[in-house]
Design a binder for this molecule. Structure first.
Ligand code: AMP
Length: 132
């Protein structure tokens, strides 16, 4: 059994896409084991994306991620990290496969609807970051 962190980002929350996104995860065989809705502080968003601190899009990303509430979710299942990544689709919605969350709901590469951990190691760190 594996766990991974998902975030339904502010653009998807504000556009009422939470239900459809969670359904897509559940229909892929993932089990929702924890969730919390909150508006991230600058410190939380900056800390969460610390690995991108030097990237040109960092300030804009933090501004976007703190612009409204997000839904933090923990998914569990066999190969949950990879499974959720498949459901999300590629980071850039222009490159995301048909039927994926990002293809359906993303507004841009930044406002790309959802986050998912990229490895089991990241999943452990990211889950602990929000769910102590
Ligand atoms: P990642 O750690 O790959 O999930 O990237 C973190 C987040 O940064 C992505 O989900 C996007 O919201 C954002 N992002 C990644 N690449 C870009 C980019 N080239 N321009 C703007 N935002 C980006």
């Amino acid at each position: 059994m594996e766990r991974t962190l998902g975030i339904i980002k502010p653009n998807s929350v504000s556009k009422n896409h939470i239900g459809r996104i969670l359904t897509m995860g559940e229909e892929a065989g993932l089990k929702l084991v924890n969730m919390q809705m909150k508006t991230l502080s600058q410190a939380e968003a900056g800390g969460f994306y610390a690995e991108h601190k030097e990237r040109p899009f960092f300030q804009s990303l933090v501004k976007f991620m703190t612009s409204g509430p997000v839904l933090l979710v923990v998914w569990e299942g066999n190969g949950a990290v990879e499974k959720w990544r498949q459901v999300m689709g590629a980071t850039d919605p222009a490159k995301a496969a048909p039927g994926t969350i990002r293809k359906l709901f993303a507004d841009s590469i930044e406002a790309n609807s959802v986050h998912g951990s990229d490895s089991v190691t990241s999943a452990q760190r990211e889950t602990a970051f929000f769910f102590a």
